[in-house]
Design a protein around this ligand. Structure first.
Ligand code: CA
Length: 516
């Protein structure tokens, strides 16, 4: 009897083991859905979620409960970088290239034309950068030919959804239309970098003569209705995800809000509490734009939960450049990203450091924080890996590095150098704003200004506000970083402006140093 019992016992063990293995074999990890939630012009401090080691007055001003919720479910990046303005960031995200290499170094507008501010630059001749933006096909002048991210995802079976602001290419170019770069659906994206209006009652700028240029297309369903653009785009994004689900396809949602870019308009659903706080009227409107964006994030997270998609959907939250601070804001300019210096358009931290959060169920430990540095071109190889796309053929050389090891809690090279290159003119002036090349390595950051070939050297760890320029007091570090930056600019064949008065090209940082 004992023997029989033992045999039955053994049989049970063997049976469960083999059936477990069989189950393991058949249970292929399903392809994850991927959402890039990209906010426009949102600053590092424009949130109630602290990204610094201290809670700031701005963290107390703004209300972003859904960013807090996302951070609880994923990893918060305290040193995530983008470029100082819109299009270079968006092209880097879509191509994996650094701006110095793709040469879409400024924001795109009209086809084949330098903007007046660049053409009429008083002291510099601005190079003929890729002012037409991104092109998915070869042979287009002043455009970077590359294999765009959505095209690869589409090929791999993803239903690719574009919602909101595109701004990958100048008006009337091939890259201006998201459908040309691999998106199956386009809701609201054009060559425009801002909306004509956030108000449904103003048809989002359609039919308004002065704003026609920026009118948001394909939103007729909402015309004349009291529905804020952020809300309308969210509803359309949810509809598009539903379509993917009904087709049983994984989806890639590029949820690129127009918020919180100018025109700074009040989102009436949220404005009251900010007005009652006694904020400057423009700042109250700005805060309402932020909270409206955050509600969109919450609605999308709720939708995923309701449809039981949340466990298989990755969310990457990011902004495309620092918070606007040089113009159009209430209060003192260049102070809206404090403790960071300056804002949009600047290579000071206020212009390039972004609020970033990544949720990846089952892979990223919830409620984790990293101070490891990442830059916008890193999204491209990361997303491809997340999607399980292994053999990638691209026409461009990829500069970005996957940050999946960081997401998995591994330590990566803290001395990896990050680069910015902006041989352009943005518009307004201010700290860190102007034609420049920049490197961040370890705790240090060197900025080289093309106009007067001068330097700023900061220790970011000790001086996050970039108050103390150490270029004169630390010549050793200055030289070390000038060399690294120069070698990089040569390696990627970066464009440099020419001095108008001498007709000579702006020197490489290291040569300018030798001259001095
Ligand atoms: Ca922007």
């Amino acid at each position: 009897m004992k023997k029989i019992n033992f045999l039955i016992y053994l049989w049970i063990i063997i049976f469960t083991m083999t059936s477990y293995q069989g189950e393991k074999k058949n249970k292929k990890q399903p392809t994850p859905n991927i959402i890039v939630f990209l906010v426009d012009d949102m600053g590092w401090q424009d949130t109630s979620l602290p990204f610094w080691d201290k809670v700031t007055p701005f963290n107390k001003r703004y209300h972003t409960p859904n960013m807090e919720r996302l951070a609880k479910e994923g990893m918060k990046f305290t040193q995530a970088y983008a470029t100082p303005v819109c299009t270079p960031t968006r092209v880097s995200l879509m191509t994996g290239m650094n701006a110095a290499r793709h040469r879409v170094t400024n924001w795109t507008s009209a086809k084949d034309k330098l903007r007046k501010t660049e053409k009429n630059h008083k002291t510099l001749i601005i190079p003929q950068w890729n002012m037409n933006g991104l092109s998915p096909v070869a042979g287009h002048p002043h455009a970077v030919y590359a294999t765009p991210l959505p095209k690869l995802l589409q090929k791999a079976g993803y239903y690719t959804i574009h919602v909101g602001k595109a701004h990958f290419g100048a008006r009337g170019t091939i890259g201006a239309n998201p459908l040309n770069i691999g998106f199956d659906v386009n809701i609201g994206g054009t060559g425009a970098g801002q909306p004509g209006s956030y108000l449904g009652t103003e048809n989002y700028g359609n039919g308004i003569k002065k704003r026609e240029h920026w009118a948001v297309p394909n939103m007729e369903e909402y015309y004349g209705k009291d529905i804020f653009l952020t809300e309308a785009l969210t509803r359309e994004a949810i509809k598009a995800m539903d379509t993917a689900v009904s087709h049983k396809e994984p989806f890639f949602l590029y949820m690129a809000h127009y918020a919180v870019h100018t025109p700074i308009m009040a989102d009436q659903r949220f404005i009251k509490k900010y007005t009652e706080m006694g904020l400057d009227p423009i700042e109250a409107k700005y805060a309402s734009l932020i909270e409206g964006m955050d509600k969109s994030l919450g609605d999308i997270m709720d939708y995923l939960q309701k449809r039981d998609l949340d466990k298989n959907t990755i969310i990457l939250f990011m902004s495309d450049n620092g918070g606007l601070s040089a113009v159009a804001r209430g209060g003192k300019p260049h102070t809206h990203n404090k403790p960071l210096s300056s804002g949009k358009g600047s290579v000071h931290e206020g212009g390039i450091r972004e609020p970033m959060i990544v949720k990846w169920p089952g892979k990223v430990k919830p409620q984790t924080v990293t101070d490891q540095k990442v830059i916008i071109e890193d999204f491209y190889p990361t997303i491809l890996k997340m999607a399980g796309i292994k053999k990638v053929k691209t026409v461009q050389k990829i500069d970005g590095i996957s940050f999946i090891p960081i997401l998995k809690g591994k330590k990566t090279d803290p001395e990896r150098a990050l680069f910015w290159h902006f041989p352009n003119k943005w518009g307004p002036t201010g700290p860190g704003i102007g034609a420049s090349s920049t490197v961040r390595k370890g705790d240090w950051k060197l900025i080289y200004y093309h106009n007067d070939e001068s330097f700023e050297l900061f220790n970011i760890k000790n001086d996050i506000g970039e108050h103390q320029n150490l270029a004169k007091s630390n010549p050793k570090k200055l030289k070390e970083l000038a060399k690294i930056l120069s070698e990089y600019l040569v390696k990627v064949n970066a464009q440099m402006p020419v001095h108008r008065n001498t007709g000579k090209k702006v020197l490489l940082p290291i040569n300018s140093l030798k001259k001095a």
